[in-house]
Design a protein around this ligand. Structure first.
Ligand code: PHE
Length: 517
């Protein structure tokens, strides 16, 4: 057995960027972004979305990757490394990806089913497939099994290798489909018009013409979800990077790539709908867009439609897999480093638990898909909505806020009260610590300290108020989220504040010892 000290983490900078982009590019880009854009004023939404990516997303991503990178350890250890009393945040942001995994894999299972069924035609199958519990569970299990194999392979051998192959394939398929769809002839421009025509009135008003900030909230929520922020994924991937990675440059590339994929997805879908099913252009929102409307569009393309459908859903499945592995890795990393279990066993436990919860989620979603309301629910919410709202609308913004707060306020030496408030001191602290953002350093310091956390907190609270006013039962979702935060905090102070949490290097040593036995 060779005894050279290997680094536990990504082998190359580009490997890290592709893996992080793989985490970012997912159902959020290919499905969520297009319909949210078309429902919220087209290019007006795109414009605000890009502002959210720049002022909130990129700043938070730098903070998160850096928190992980400087600790080279699991999320609890990473946040504790910023401040002894702050490690509980790492525990909270480990539960968020776990909860997301429970519903994301059900949707991932749908995409696998649709890919495999492409040559039989997917038009109209949503109603039968989604309520066929056995089949839904089977595809969810298949989706989770693929993710399990990748995470078991470790960061370099599993996640990085998979992302390096899958991400270029995904991008090529997407570009091909966009070109194909833009050449469908008449109706393409009507589709594009529906998708991108900037309509600021629609962005700022609801269906009844009342002033509404829902567009704004949707844009911010979308930015978090799409960039995989606020839930430890970037802290975790960041922890596996070394000196070879420039944080600022990597973040720029990940954000650009993620946004391009989102825009391209709409550029494929709407022209196709406009050309082949123009009557659906106005009803192309929600779950329906990907699983009900697009299959009809592919059916109308004739024989070639089956191939396009297969390529399309295979691409979506790939995007979902490279996303879910980042979720599973966050939890696996903590278990493997904190306990005596091996990586393979830890990953298996995470996947098994997520699978157990995904079963009722899948059953609950089936009823939603066929527009029946009397499925399994919690306080009147189907389980997917419940988990999705608790994570997306409440917990993820808090997670992002916590990351910005950690870097902006808790980190580095401060010798006076003035230092505490000074972005200049923060900039120096960051530089001393090893984060050099060049000419953007000062902008980052001001943003991460003053602007981004305030925006995030404001939008989180505004979102909660909006939802609670619409439906008082929403308090249960908020309550669940806060209970989780409370439990994590208590557990951290009781058991994890002191003592060994493990780290990436020790994990490698442990695996080597096991191999040698
Ligand atoms: N970013 C992914 C998407 O756009 C979803 C995701 C969220 C993945 C959180 C990992 C973590 O679909």
């Amino acid at each position: 057995m060779e005894n050279v000290k290997k680094k536990n983490g990504f082998a190359s900078g580009i490997g890290f960027i592709l893996a992080a982009a793989g985490s970012a590019v997912g159902l959020g880009n290919l499905w969520g972004f297009p319909f949210k854009t078309s429902a919220n004023g087209g290019a007006a939404f795109v414009f605000v979305y890009i502002a959210c990516v720049l002022f909130i997303g990129a700043i938070t991503m730098i903070a998160e990757i850096y928190i992980g990178k400087r600790a080279a350890a699991n999320t609890v250890a990473s946040f504790r490394n910023v401040n002894k009393n702050y490690g509980w945040v790492g525990l909270v942001v480990m539960f968020i990806p776990f909860l997301i995994t429970c519903y994301y894999s059900v949707l991932g299972g749908y995409t696998l089913k649709y890919a495999m069924n492409s040559f039989q035609g997917n038009g109209g199958i949503l109603g039968t497939f989604s309520v066929n519990v056995g089949e839904v569970i089977l595809y969810t299990a298949l989706f989770l099994a693929i993710s399990l194999l990748i995470v078991m392979g470790g960061v370099k051998g599993g996640i990085e290798s998979a992302s390096k192959v899958l991400m270029p394939i995904l991008f090529l398929i997407l570009v091909f489909i966009v070109i194909f769809c833009l050449c469908l002839g008449e109706g393409v421009s009507a589709g594009l018009n529906k998708y991108l025509n900037p309509d600021f009135y629609a962005f700022f008003h609801d269906a009844n013409g009342n002033l509404s900030f829902n567009g704004l909230l949707a844009a911010m929520g979308q930015a978090f979800f799409s960039l995989s922020l606020g839930m430890g994924a970037m802290v975790c991937y960041g922890s596996y990077t070394g000196k070879e990675i420039k944080v600022g440059k990597s973040v720029a590339m990940i954000c650009i790539f993620d946004t391009c994929v989102a825009l391209l997805a709409g550029l494929a879908m709407f022209p196709a709908i406009g050309a082949l099913l123009p009557e659906q252009l106005n009803s192309s929102g929600g779950v329906g867009l990907m699983f009900a409307v697009l299959p009809l569009v592919f059916d109308k393309m004739g024989a070639i439609g089956q191939i396009i459908s297969f390529l399309f859903f295979a691409m979506v499945a790939i995007a979902a897999i490279t996303s879910v592995i980042s979720l599973v890795e966050v939890v696996t990393q903590l278990i493997v480093q904190k306990t005596k279990l091996t990586r393979k066993k830890s990953a298996l436990i995470v996947i098994a638990l997520a699978f157990a919860i995904s079963v009722p989620v899948g059953m609950s979603l089936g009823k939603v898909a066929i527009l029946e309301t009397n499925g399994i629910n919690l306080f009147g919410f189907d389980l997917l909505t419940f988990l999705d709202e608790a994570t997306n609308a409440v917990l993820m913004p808090l997670g992002a806020f916590a990351a910005c707060f950690a870097i902006g306020w808790l980190f580095g030496k401060k010798n006076s009260v003035k230092d505490w408030f000074s972005p200049k001191t923060l900039l120096n602290n960051l530089k001393e610590d090893g984060l050099d953002l060049g000419k953007f350093g000062m902008i980052f310091a001001v943003m991460v300290k003053y602007v981004t956390p305030v925006l995030v907190l404001f939008l989180d609270i505004a979102g909660i108020i909006t939802n609670v006013t619409k439906n008082p039962n929403y308090w249960f979702i908020v309550g669940f989220a806060l209970l989780l935060v409370g439990a994590c905090t208590a557990f951290y102070f009781a058991f994890l504040r002191k003592g060994d949490l493990g780290n990436n290097e020790l994990e490698l040593l442990k695996e080597q010892q096991l191999e040698n036995k």
